[in-house]
Write a protein of this length. Structure first.
Length: 439
């Protein structure tokens, strides 16, 4: 694992805190994972500049100190990383101590004398024959030694590096040969390479977003026919499964304030079967919490048929200016002469006279959900769910509205031009729109 100098860590954290750059921006600039940067930021907030000072290479911890750390972790509702930062430790150290204490009690926390195992070397008598072996044979011998020593105590086992050195084999050569040997006996080797290539197309902020159905649809279009469960298993082996969609989110925004104006009829009645673009549109407003505990409000319009995002606006207030800006962007992106149905909930924005008048000016037909029934506007709710799940969940909140705007613009472009959907026959929204209009 690469070690980063304290000066570089401090520079990156300082840049994150005083500029408008996001973790993703710094990831791309310094080629350092956003996960590392996020940990450095959290440690800095807990310890200040001391978070980056060099630790002593060998530190002694008494049994009392270990017990104090374990007791603190078990009696406080804090993450292991947070506790580690407070005690100037690595999270792994706490994990090891906790495991030792749970299995062996206080006795397991006491230091034990460690004997040195003999160094693995090759004598002159065997050095010659070893060098005459091919890389594949050496690799197989290394794997055999590794397998045979698993029954030994950990302190008596040789590391991979020691075994490789004794076999006169380079580390890179060993892993290349090991991969080649594995692929020789793997009938899905080529399919795995294709799956990995497809999965990478659906990465958002370094995370996998394509499920096995998405991937298998693309495989079939390429002439590779596998069962869904086979694709799911291969994705698990490659560690490219999407794990974002099982989260429960609180704080849903509601703009309903009772009857304040015109309530239009529900022209759709949950019939979401439109196949032609620009015929039925869906709009709504949602909210996103920022790092300063304030809210940002997102107003968007999507096409029911193509799933394309036709308008997307963000504001610090859910007011009429946000809705007007959304309609203005929508009218710019729609072709001349279309008269779509635009469906919304019964939020106060959509009952207001300024909204209904602007719809009439553009010859749009208004439709509204039943009161308190989000399923009537499911297409736009689905888009907001994907936006929050794929772009925001699992990351620190955006520090301000400008960072949210920047990330959202990138996501909307990805969503329209790169993200495939089974609902649009495995095409992106723009591809489906163009395909349908030409047909």
């Amino acid at each position: 694992m690469t070690k980063y100098q304290p000066e570089l860590k401090a520079q990156i954290v300082h840049e994150y805190l005083i500029t408008s750059k996001s973790l993703s921006d710094l990831d791309e600039k310094y080629h350092i994972s956003y996960k590392f940067i996020s940990k450095w930021v959290n440690r800095y907030r807990l310890q200040g500049i001391d978070a980056f000072r060099h630790r002593e290479s060998r530190r002694f911890f008494s049994v009392d100190f270990k017990l104090r750390v374990i007791d603190y972790y078990q009696t406080h509702e804090e993450s292991m990383a947070s506790v580690a930062a407070k005690f100037d430790l690595l999270p792994h150290q706490i994990s090891v101590w906790l495991s030792q204490f749970q299995t062996g009690g206080i006795e397991a926390l006491k230091p034990h004398r460690k004997g040195r195992k003999p160094q693995m070397t090759h004598s002159k008598k065997i050095a010659g024959p070893v060098r005459t072996l091919k890389a594949k044979q050496k690799t197989q011998i290394v794997d055999q030694i590794r397998a045979e020593q698993t029954s030994l105590p950990k302190e008596e086992q040789y590391s991979v590096g020691e075994i490789i050195h004794a076999m006169c084999l380079k580390k890179a050569t060993y892993y290349d040969e090991r991969k080649r040997i594995t692929n020789e006996h793997d009938k899905y080797a080529k399919a795995k390479q294709t799956i990995l290539r497809i999965a990478k197309q659906g990465r958002v902020r370094g995370r996998w977003t394509y499920g096995y159905r998405h991937v298998n649809h693309q495989l079939r279009m390429m002439g590779i026919h596998l069962a869904d469960m086979t694709v799911n298993r291969l994705m698990a082996e490659l560690n490219v499964q999407a794990t974002l969609y099982n989260r429960h989110r609180n704080g849903k925004y509601s703009s309903y304030k009772g009857r304040m104006g015109k309530v239009a009829d529900n022209l759709l009645n949950q019939t979401f079967d439109q196949t032609q673009p620009y015929q039925v549109l869906h709009t709504d407003v949602t909210q996103v919490r920022l790092a300063n505990h304030k809210w940002a409000y997102i107003s968007s319009v999507t096409d029911e048929a193509s799933k394309e995002v036709l308008a997307f606006q963000i504001s610090s207030h859910p007011d009429r200016q946000l809705i007007i800006a959304t309609l203005k962007e929508l009218s710019t992106n729609l072709p001349d002469g279309v008269q779509p149905i635009i469906h919304s909930d019964q939020g106060w924005h959509y009952q207001s006279s300024y909204y209904t008048q602007r719809l009439a000016d553009h010859n749009f037909i208004q439709s509204m959900s039943r009161k308190g029934n989000c399923l009537d506007n499911a297409p736009i709710e689905s888009f907001f769910h994907l936006l929050k799940t794929e772009l925001l969940d699992g990351f620190p909140p955006c520090k301000d509205i400008e960072e949210l705007k920047q990330l959202s613009r990138q996501y909307v472009h990805y969503f329209n031009y790169k993200r495939i959907s089974l609902k649009t026959k495995g095409m992106t929204p723009v591809e489906y729109r163009n395909h349908t209009l030409v047909a």
